[in-house]
Write a protein that binds this ligand. Sequence first.
Ligand SMILES: [Zn+2]
Ligand SMILES: [Zn+2]
Length: 407
Amino acid sequence: MRFRITLAASLLLAVGCARDSARWYRGNTHTHTLWSDGDAAPELVAEWYVEHDYDFLVLSDHNILSNTQKWFPIIDAPNSRLTTERVDDLIARYGADHVETREVDGKREMRLRTLDELRARYEQPGEFIFIQGEEITDHFNRQPVHINGMNLVDLVKPRGGNSVREVMQNNIDAVIEHGHEHDRPTLAHLNHPNFGWGVSVEDIAHLRGENFFEVYNGHRSVNNYGDTTHPGTEQMWDIALTERLTELHLGPLYGLATDDAHNYHQAPEGHSNPGRGWIMVRAKSLDADSILDAMHRGDFYASSGVMIDRIESNGKKLTIHIQAEPGVAYTTRFLGTRWLPDSDGDGRPEVGPAGEVLDQTMDNPATYTFTGDEVYVRAVIISSKPHPNPFAKGDLEMAWLQPVVRN
Ligand SMILES: [Zn+2]
Ligand SMILES: [Zn+2]
């Protein structure tokens, strides 16, 4: 069967080009603070990412932007997210001038720092930036539908709809319209589809206008691995990709890893801590436009620990240069769906099983040679190193590369 190199494959080719001035930037696009249901002041959250070598961060609180004046109650009680002790910690860390408190009707409150204030304190050209974002938190009946909007100028309110799919699409459309309205790139990604079993694989397959979803989310309640009656997010990716590319003609679907951290004050065994999953984006410079442009091109990968030096694809081979750590082994699995010969006589090839393991290697670089009958090929790298603070017990560090689409 004949095939041609698609846009995604030729862009991957550009990734490997020596003259390319782009470099990898590490970012987390999904995290929470006291502005919604996180347990830490925004400056503590920001500082965690600055200190852990991230280049960009999206503070994505539920249906709110941190651009207003918000006072948070200081309550000394079990499960309180802001206690006198935590306020004292903030004073010890940042100084008494930094922490603003007041008393209203006998109740103490602390003012939450805004994104502008965080920018002034932490942004450094070429080193660290924030991209303004929001977790647009919507639902249909009892099924949660959460979409992260990135590079927003002001709040995008949940749009609702008459089905899960409509709610999902309405909110994605809202982010796209917001970009047009403000003449800037925006990006929407579908979060944790298995949280509350809210979003089905069929819903994901039908995403239009934007094509991003969380293949890995570090929050403990999101069912990344599915259960006996629901597919895990990786399987969803393969099923949705196959349907999009062979029937729906909606193009590729890209996978992200995110923290969705809510808990900064608990021990590493705590509930939903930072540092579990992130993306590495190959961009020309560290600014929101370049990061979003690269993501829209599919020029990024998702990671829970495994890092990649270089990805090359020339239409014949896909080669992945893994940043190897001493004493750690890496298994690279190439997954994809094949076209099969026409068997029902309708003159069209049949579609093989979704997400077969096409090849597997422990070599570095890991190379896959295309056979010409693939709909797409994507690579997952599984290290022998246990994740230091895993989503689920026994998780190993991994990386998920974006699919190379063939047709
Ligand atoms: Zn969510
Ligand atoms: Zn979230």
